[in-house]
Design a protein around this ligand. Structure first.
Ligand SMILES: Cc1cc2nc3c(=O)[nH]c(=O)nc-3n(C[C@H](O)[C@H](O)[C@H](O)COP(=O)(O)OP(=O)(O)OC[C@H]3O[C@@H](n4cnc5c(N)ncnc54)[C@H](O)[C@@H]3O)c2cc1C
Length: 140
């Protein structure tokens, strides 16, 4: 299996375009693709809004395709599943998550799923005021 990173696509694009982008990155026809599995999708809003995707792809004659495509965004890939480490024992005090960026929010979500009551702290404005400011920024 191969992993293709940094596939740039317009927002709202249909799934067949992702397949076409994978075929283009590998320099093969779409018929040569056995399967395409989306691994990661993010939005890059720095210079115009676009999707940036990573895919796991099964392709016919994989080693030949990898050798020929000469694309630094393509590499061999073995699927692995992330499993959060099991806690040694339940914490005596509620965990506190500092910072409400993507990493902090994901950490809070995982802790909450473990049924721990958590407290999240972030500097800056309170959530409601921050939402209002973001909406106002979007309208500007
Ligand atoms: C200008 C710019 C443009 C970007 N554009 C994109 C984009 O278009 N697409 C994309 O996918 N990524 C983009 N990124 C990257 C993205 O923002 C980061 O990868 C992501 O925010 C990292 O998440 P994080 O949770 O690790 O950290 P952060 O998002 O930085 O979150 C950390 C949070 O913790 C808070 N904090 C820190 N210290 C304390 C403290 N002592 N007490 C309380 N709170 C604290 C901070 O205020 C912050 O809210 C961009 C980054 C920058 C700088």
């Amino acid at each position: 299996m191969l992993r293709i990173d940094n596939l740039k696509l317009p927002v709202g694009v249909k799934e067949d375009k992702l397949r076409a982008a994978c075929a283009h990155a590998l320099r093969v026809s779409e018929e040569a693709l056995v399967s395409v599995h989306l691994l990661r999708r993010s939005i890059d809003a720095r210079e115009g809004v676009k999707l940036v995707c990573s895919c796991a792809v099964e392709v016919k004659n994989e080693s030949g395709v990898l050798r020929r495509c000469k694309n630094k965004n393509v590499q061999p890939y073995a699927p692995k599943k992330y499993t959060p480490p099991a806690p040694v024992s339940a914490p005596e005090a509620s965990p506190v998550v500092i910072g409400a960026g993507p990493a902090g929010l994901f950490c809070a979500l995982l802790l909450r799923r473990k049924t721990y009551l958590i407290r999240a702290r972030a500097r800056g404005r309170a959530a409601k005021a921050r939402c209002r400011a973001l909406l106002a920024h979007g309208r500007a």
